[in-house]
Write a protein that binds this ligand. Structure first.
Ligand SMILES: [Zn+2]
Ligand SMILES: [Zn+2]
Length: 87
């Protein structure tokens, strides 16, 4: 039963994304074609983002940018994104 479980993944800036439950992974949203890609990588250092003495149990990560599709790459070259606001 669990094998067929479908999970809704909420990615800020993207419509709800449904996928079957699977191993830990992340998502990359292409800002040009709005396609959501699965990213298998994760940083082992991510727990260091938590304050000292906090225990990180789980996390989600949404990556935003331009995918490798040549049409998206071309589009991004023509329309560079505005500079990120200073934090
Ligand atoms: Zn794209
Ligand atoms: Zn992760």
């Amino acid at each position: 039963m669990e094998m067929n479980a479908v999970e809704m993944v909420e990615i800020p800036g993207a419509p709800p994304h449904y996928e079957s439950k699977r191993a830990h992974h992340h998502h990359f949203l292409c800002e040009v074609c709005r396609k959501i890609y699965t990213v298998e990588n994760c940083s082992p250092d991510i727990g260091r983002l938590a304050p000292p003495a906090f225990t990180l149990r789980h996390h989600t990560l949404a990556l935003y940018g331009v995918c490798a599709d040549p049409a998206c790459v071309q589009n991004a070259l023509r329309n560079p994104p505005p500079a990120a606001p200073p934090q």
